[in-house]
Every structure is written in C-alpha cells, then in structure tokens.
Design a protein around this ligand. Structure first.
Ligand SMILES: [Zn+2]
Length: 338
C-alpha cells in the first residue's frame, strides 16, 4: 500500500476522508467523498500541486473511482487549500462546482484581480507598521499561490445559506459561517447530528481569523457571533477541514471563544503604556522569527489586526492615524483607553 492510501480513512458513515497533502505546517486538508447512488460528491478537493495531482490519481485508482463518477464538487470556502483543485477536477469530471456567492466574489478578487489585491494588502500592512523590506517576499509568496488555484472552475452553481442541499443521501441545511472566510458554507443535518464545517471550527488548532482589505471589517466580531449562533445546534459529529472528525462540538466552541478572549487580554498587556503598531504587537505576540516566513507572517499580522479592530470596537483601544508620510501612507497605531 503506498503513502497516499494511508491518507484515506473510511469513516463509519461510509464517507471517505481524504487527507490531501499541503506544503505548509497544516500538513493536510480534508477532502470528503460522499457516496451517491450514481457516484460521489467531492467536498474541498485541495491545493493544486504536482504532488496533489499524483496523490489524487493514486487514491482514485485504489478506490476504483473514475472521473465520471465524481458528479458534484462542493467548495466550503475560497481559500486555496480547499478551492485550489476544483477547476482541475471539473475539467476531468464535468461536475458542477458549488460554492456561495460571497466565496465566488472573494475567489475572483484574490485570484483574478491578484495584483490589485496584493497592492492593497501591502499598502495596508505598511500602514500597520510592517517593515518595507518584507513586502516583496510576501507579494512573491502570494503570487506563488496563483498556479495552485489554476485552472479556475468554469461551471459554477451558487448555494444560498438558509436553503437545503442534498448530498450523500442527506438533505443538509445550508448555513453560513463568518470570520475565517467570507461566505463560508457549513452543512448541518439535525437528524444525524452531522456538521460539515470546513475551517469554521477545527479541533486542536484555532482557525485563522484575519483582517484583509475589502473583506469583513470586523472578522473576529463576526467569528465570535457565528460561534454563538452555532452553539445551539445539536451536533454529534463534526467533519472539519483539517485534522480529524470529532464529537465534542460545544466544548470546542467554548474553547475557541476562550482562546480569543484570552488573546484580547494578552494584547492589551502587550500594548501596555506605549502605543504600538499592529506589526509591533504581532512580533511581541508571536515571534520576530516570523520575518523569515512570509506565509506565517501574513497570517499572524492579519490575525493581530483582526484582534486590534475587535479591541477598538469594544473600547479597549483607540486607533491613532498619523498624517501621510513621504510615501503617501499614513501610519496606524493603537493605544489603550485606560
Ligand atoms: Zn480556510
């Protein structure tokens, strides 16, 4: 049995959990294959690389899945590790790709208008105090993602939150999660108590909650609201986008809320008596070593800004914006209100 096949788990409900490899610290993203009467529904096919192409060919051959057996592709959100292979699969299977309208708009913004988005993000990060010498690495790193989400899927169908959607013999309630990615689809079945939730709720790791220009103005606020809204759901098993399925749903929601509340307090301590930029807070909160890792730095700084925005909205900090500098950018700093 080869490496890739160990990465497939046959779940008790008859689904296949396929751990699609990732070239960063998350290690894998879960694709799920749900059996249909005439084939399979594929959820979140993964990031598109040479390795994942070979990986999928091996998995499909082992499980005797032909291209035409994949009838439907569902993408929970637009992040490259979930959405990246949707077009590659569609070209081979002719399956329709389902996602939310907001996810589609976000994908277009990130992947079709890439340079404009990258300009805006760089500018915003400079305003938040990022050292200018770090911007080129970050831009280059983001450019590298374009081929990992190509080709883009062409035949797309929009799923509306509030409706239902049938897959794997279940009529799912379609919900929308916020905070991690705009328009993140979540599927809930009250009969079985199953929740397919992409990256909205993950075991062991906290989903990245990052601010991006033109996106959610208060992603952490949206995330915490979203968790509160999900809390009453009667969930017996969660099928997440990373790590393994788990059952302690409410406990995990409470842990995630606690994690962010603690982080908000920790950041207030870090700011202390002197106003600081988001970049300074980020390096004190995480580590200056992040400077060597453009991928981690982007996530960490976006996450720090999301927390500072939440603190500002709660009245814990005020945002100070200086006059424009010679490069035409103002500087944003945060000061504790008490
Ligand atoms: Zn994600």
């Amino acid at each position: 049995m080869n490496e890739s096949i160990k990465a497939v788990t046959e779940l008790a409900n008859g689904w296949l959990q396929v751990k699609v490899p990732l070239p960063f610290s998350l290690k894998w993203v879960n694709a799920y294959l749900l059996p249909e009467e005439n084939g399979w529904t594929l959820i979140d096919p993964g990031l598109h690389t040479n390795e994942t192409e070979h990986f999928w060919l091996a998995v499909m051959s082992e499980y005797e899945i032909r291209w035409q057996d994949i009838r439907t592709i569902v993408v929970t959100h637009h992040h490259p590790d979930h959405f990246g292979m949707a077009g590659w699969f569609q070209q081979r299977t002719d399956a329709t790709v389902y996602l939310s309208q907001v996810a589609l708009d976000s994908a277009n913004r990130l992947w079709s208008e890439h340079e404009a988005f990258s300009d805006e993000l760089t500018e915003a990060f400079l305003m938040h105090g990022m050292a200018p010498e770090l911007t080129e690495d970050m831009r280059e790193h983001m450019r590298g993602f374009r081929e990992k989400v190509s080709p883009q899927p062409a035949d797309l169908s929009i799923l509306q939150p509030g409706g239902t959607f049938g897959m794997g013999g279940v009529e799912w309630n379609v919900l929308m999660g916020e905070g991690h990615a705009p328009g993140h689809l979540i599927f809930y079945d009250s009969v079985s108590g199953w929740l397919l939730c992409g990256d909205q709720i993950l075991p062991d790791i906290s989903p990245n909650i990052g601010w991006m220009p033109g996106g959610d103005p208060d992603p952490l606020g949206s995330f915490l609201n979203s968790l509160q809204e999900m809390l009453p759901l009667e969930v017996k098993m969660v099928f997440p986008g990373h790590r393994d399925p788990f059952s302690l749903f409410r406990q995990r929601i409470e842990e995630l809320i606690d994690h962010h509340e603690h982080r908000l307090m920790k950041m207030a301590e870090i700011i202390g008596n002197e106003d600081k930029s988001a970049f300074e807070v980020c390096e004190l909160l995480f580590s200056p070593r992040l400077r060597n890792n453009a991928h981690q730095l982007r996530f960490a700084l976006a996450e720090t800004i999301a927390h500072l925005i939440r603190m500002e909205r709660r009245g814990i900090v005020i945002r100070l914006e200086s006059e424009s500098s010679p490069e035409g950018l103002s500087r944003i700093r945060y000061r504790l209100t008490v």
